[in-house]
Design a protein around this ligand. Sequence first.
Ligand code: WQD
Length: 335
Amino acid sequence: MNILVTGGAGFIGSHTVVALHEAGFNPVIIDDFSNSNPMVLERLEKITGKRITCYDQNCCDTTALQAIFDTEKIDGVIHFAAFKAVGESMAYPLKYYRNNLDSILALLETMIPAGVQHLIFSSSCTVYGNPDQLPVTEDTPIKPAMSVYGNTKRIGEEIFRDLVSTGNPLKVIALRYFNPIGAHPTGLIGELPTGTPNNLVPFVTQTAAGIRPELTVYGNDYDTPDGSCIRDYIHVMDLAEAHVAAIKRLFDLPLPTHFDEINVGTGQGNSVLEIIKAFEKVTGKPLPYTIGKRRMGDIPSIYADVTKSTQKLDWKAKRTLEESLADAWRWQQGL
Ligand code: WQD
């Protein structure tokens, strides 16, 4: 089975390419390297022993997509390609709406006439906003997005849901990620933030590596046990394997059309201060940090109810937080 992986040179995309290969699928990458590095392709060849086919193209380009569908016998699509920096999305909303929504529309305009029916959509727990109940299930009310980035994910889900409900021959699962961290255990691929990292774990590893003088904990006065924010940190290889489980489920579905949304997390919440302590324990490296002001847009706590993913995908995260942090540190040391 040939699976088109849009954004397949990116953080989650590249790890999913490995998981697809290991599961016997043939991944085909489309990536314009606007937020990823072509070096990843060499690393993927080292890990899989195979040169993964990659089209250096933009997913919004229907001509480019059409050429790929004409050349490769694509059986399914996993759509990662999107801009994903929350802060940047508030500064450049049009860039985010244009890129993140055009790529969805271009994919649909190409895959439907090509008879490609199966698609996994990279969505996010950010669609829940600040939830009223925890853990969040897929029935937890969707809240107005806290960012333009989050809104592109919510709108993306609606577009796929509408295309399915209006009778197009599509089977789609939207996977709502929590916080992906870590790296492939070889240390050959991992998270490559450009510039100052927005996300916690790359900032932690860069601080431990001496690239950053210290970590700022964005607030310790939240209504949580230790005052710092709680998130559901999932190993990126667990997340990658959830995509394989989801695409397998789509191929096994007897129905002509299908739409579902599924949380992908560990079901475990950890605070920022707990991440720091776990990192120091795993690496033996003290982590210099200070308590700073809250970051605008942060919510106190969110973590997943994993019942649906366990039942519908026959999948469960199996790597520990310590493994995630050890793999993240190994990756940082190789940079
Ligand atoms: C985690 C916690 C920060 C950096 C984002 C996106 C979300 C999803 C996952 C794509 C927060 C704290 C962080 C730092 C800190 N991405 N922090 N100091 O914000 O939960 O989610 O990534 O789908 O859409 O919003 O992740 O890693 O940025 O922050 O104290 O230097 O770490 O305040 O509480 P977040 P994050």
